[in-house]
Write a protein that binds this ligand. Structure first.
Ligand SMILES: Cc1cc2nc3c(=O)[nH]c(=O)nc-3n(C[C@H](O)[C@H](O)[C@H](O)COP(=O)(O)OP(=O)(O)OC[C@H]3O[C@@H](n4cnc5c(N)ncnc54)[C@H](O)[C@@H]3O)c2cc1C
Length: 400
């Protein structure tokens, strides 16, 4: 029996999980992305430059402020809609990194910031007058073990004084504001390691003028990332988000949003790889026939498509639970893992299908291959997701 009777359209086959609800939004983002074609991203990659024009245009169209409520000048969209925006950016061949950061970082301010903080910052972020693109969590001696971080914020009158080091902090040179996680109560004085951490919304321009040094780290993809050194940096006490000592909980809230948005980007990447590989397999002739006639070429592409489609279902489930304010930690983590694995599998299938051409910059496969590889490690590695599922979903003993 034939496995299916549908017309063989990659475009039709790729969108299996959502209905017409998101079609207008997809069309809008697709139209927007036409101004940022492959050669735009390729040139940025070659010169390791920040996508300034893309970020500015995303702001002007309002797409970057998708999650900001309308009363503060944003579009007031759901996380599901925001995820569709980022998916489409990656599906167009671009890299939504600068956009995703602003979307998920803002979640902490939206959910836990004071009314005064929201009124001060959100309209300016929505208009593009300020950028909130940086999120300072990872440290050289803490890494995945976030609650062991040692950067301190010590209250001194109407200021906190920040000391410590952060590493791999992205977009600091292209952001005005940064969300910072620091310890306000020493680990020895709290009952649980996750207590005594606080979140601050800091003005990077002031901090850099008062003891913060920023050292770029060259890496394998075009993502501006940095080492930070805080040397007695004073920040106003009103930079604190929510209550002192509860920062880890606030950050965890934001992390579910981050995982769902990154899963959507991986879905976009996966669809891009499957589509490019399919097209190449039909067009490239070797031994007098299209390489796509060989099942050795077909099957890895078909399998990648199946896995991208399955991951997409989990991404929508997680996003919809998030939007309903239902618990979604398990779904957000599973969506991120499934989508990152599916896009990485699709990347390998595409590279193999392109043969030697896949390694040439002009075909963009190697660029997207490097970009999507990141999501096996950051913002949370695959192992740590499995560990979360083992412990928190299956009730297995805590391993660390
Ligand atoms: C390009 C890039 C951009 C980034 N941007 C930011 C940013 O903007 N802000 C920010 O705060 N951070 C950022 N990061 C940091 C990123 O979140 C971390 O790299 C990631 O969380 C892993 O931490 P680590 O690098 O210290 O790895 P480590 O914690 O040293 O782990 C190394 C490996 O060991 C594994 N491992 C560790 N412990 C266990 C365990 N108990 N069981 C099984 N396996 C384990 C991990 O899974 C990982 O594969 C960025 C990283 C990169 C590469």
């Amino acid at each position: 029996m034939p496995s299916g009777q549908d017309a063989p359209s990659v475009e039709k086959a790729a969108i299996v999980t959502d209905n017409d609800r998101y079609t207008p939004l997809r069309a809008r983002v697709r139209e927007f992305c036409k101004d940022f074609p492959d050669d735009y991203w390729r040139e940025l990659d070659r010169t390791r430059s920040y996508p300034e024009a893309f970020t500015r245009a995303m702001t002007e169209t309002g797409l970057l402020g998708a999650l900001i409520p309308q009363e503060y000048g944003g579009l007031g969209m759901s996380l599901t809609e925001a995820s569709v925006i980022l998916e489409e950016v990656n599906y167009s061949g671009g890299n939504a990194g600068p956009a995703h950061a602003q979307m998920y970082v803002m979640g902490t301010l939206l959910r836990h910031g004071s009314e005064e903080q929201k009124r001060e910052y959100l309209p300016k972020i929505a208009s593009g007058a300020l950028r909130l693109q940086a999120f300072g969590v990872t440290e050289p001696d803490a890494g995945s073990d976030t609650t062991s971080l040692t950067t301190t914020a010590v209250r001194d009158g109407d200021h906190y004084i920040i000391n410590g080091r952060k590493i791999y902090i992205s977009r600091v040179q292209h952001s005005d504001l940064m969300l910072l996680l620091a310890r306000t109560t020493p680990q020895e004085q709290v009952q649980q390691k996750s207590h005594g951490l606080s979140v601050f919304l800091i003005d990077l321009r002031d901090a850099r003028a008062n003891g913060l040094t920023v050292e770029p780290i060259p890496i394998m993809l075009n993502n501006e990332t940095n080492k930070l050194h805080f040397d007695n940096v004073p920040i106003p006490a009103r930079s604190l988000i929510g209550e002192e000592g509860r920062g880890f909980r606030y950050i965890l809230d934001g992390m579910n949003a981050e995982r769902i948005l990154i899963a959507a980007e991986c879905i976009g990447d996966g669809r891009w790889f499957v589509e490019r590989a399919t097209r190449r397999a039909k067009e490239r002739e070797v031994f007098g026939r299209p390489i796509g006639q060989n099942q050795g070429i077909q099957f890895p592409i078909a399998r990648a498509h199946v896995n991208v489609a399955a991951a997409d279902l989990m991404r929508f489930r997680a996003a919809e639970q998030f939007d309903r304010d239902a618990p979604c930690g398990a779904e957000a983590n599973m969506a991120k893992l499934l989508a990152a694995d599916a896009s990485w599998e699709a990347a390998n299938a595409a590279l193999q299908t392109y043969g030697g051409y896949g390694f040439a910059a002009e075909y963009d496969i190697e660029r997207k291959f490097r970009e999507t590889r990141l999501y096996q490690v950051a913002p949370l590695s695959t192992n740590l997701i499995l560990s979360y599922v083992a412990e928190h979903v299956l009730g297995l003993p805590r391993s660390y």
